[in-house]
Design a protein around this ligand. Structure first.
Ligand SMILES: *Cc1c(COP(=O)(O)O)cnc(C)c1O
Length: 245
């Protein structure tokens, strides 16, 4: 199958499954949005996604995000939304802030302070999510739930940040049902933190769910799912950008 047909078929299948999961949980069919994770995708595949109307793209490496954002804008394409989903070092914040729609992976107070500093300097407001390590696995980045609760009053005072919600990665499990409690915990944590804010619609976003577990995540309230491998299933790995790792 040609790459366009393959990606198009994968995308339709994923979008239908997302809609079905929204409806099963009594939400509007478009209550969850897809961020296509392109960290291992060849640029050719990324362009195909945009021609299919998939404009929200996620990258985990700041350099690749900045380079690809630069390539699209050099070609006069300004509709792409870039989502930073991977660990962000403080010395790379400058690189992503000007081109990023949403930083999902703010995983420490020090990083939040750095983004706030750059945002203030560049006279911007930067939309962010706080990444939470709900499962407590040592291999994962993110705030411990209690750590985020403890730092909350300081975090919400940082200028230049628009705190949109929370993000998590569930542990790798055999059956997606096993990931459900982690998604529910992120939602409960969000509800508790939102109650401490006076905004009209505080912390609207829950970024959770990947190829293996996005349907369960949507049932538990995800508003953004981040999907990579199943979008590109069936395509030859040889033409992908950089092997995993
Ligand atoms: C790679 C990645 C994804 C996508 O994972 P798939 O299993 O390929 O869908 C989602 N979120 C983050 C943070 C990632 O690094």
């Amino acid at each position: 199958m040609a790459p366009t047909d393959c990606i198009s078929a994968n995308l339709s299948r994923i979008r239908s499954a997302m809609e079905a999961a929204c409806q099963r949980s009594g939400r509007a069919a478009d209550a969850a949005r897809l961020v296509a994770v392109t960290k291992y995708a060849a640029m050719e595949w990324v362009k195909i996604l945009t021609t299919l109307g998939q404009w929200a793209l996620g990258e985990s490496r700041p350099q690749q995000l900045a380079a690809r954002a630069g390539e699209f804008s050099a070609n006069g394409v300004s509709s792409v939304e870039w989502h930073m989903i991977g660990h962000l070092q403080r010395n790379k914040v400058d690189l992503v802030v000007p081109v990023c729609t949403l930083i999902h992976s703010v995983d420490s107070v020090r990083l939040a302070r750095r983004i706030s500093q750059i945002a203030t300097r560049q006279q911007r407001t930067v939309p962010i999510l706080f990444e939470v390590n709900v499962s407590g696995e040592s291999s994962k980045d993110g705030f411990a739930p209690e750590g985020l609760q403890a730092a909350w009053d300081d975090l919400i005072r940082l200028p230049g940040l628009e705190i949109r919600g929370l993000m998590t990665m569930a542990p790798r499990v055999d059956n997606p049902e096993q990931a459900r409690p982690y998604f529910a915990q992120l939602r409960e944590l969000r509800d508790g933190l939102a109650a401490r804010l006076e905004d009209e619609c505080p912390l609207p976003e829950l970024s959770m769910g990947m190829s293996g577990d996005f349907e369960v995540a949507i049932e538990e309230g995800a508003t953004i799912v981040r999907i990579g491998s199943s979008l590109f299933a069936g395509l030859s790995q040889e033409s992908a950008a950089g092997a995993p790792g």
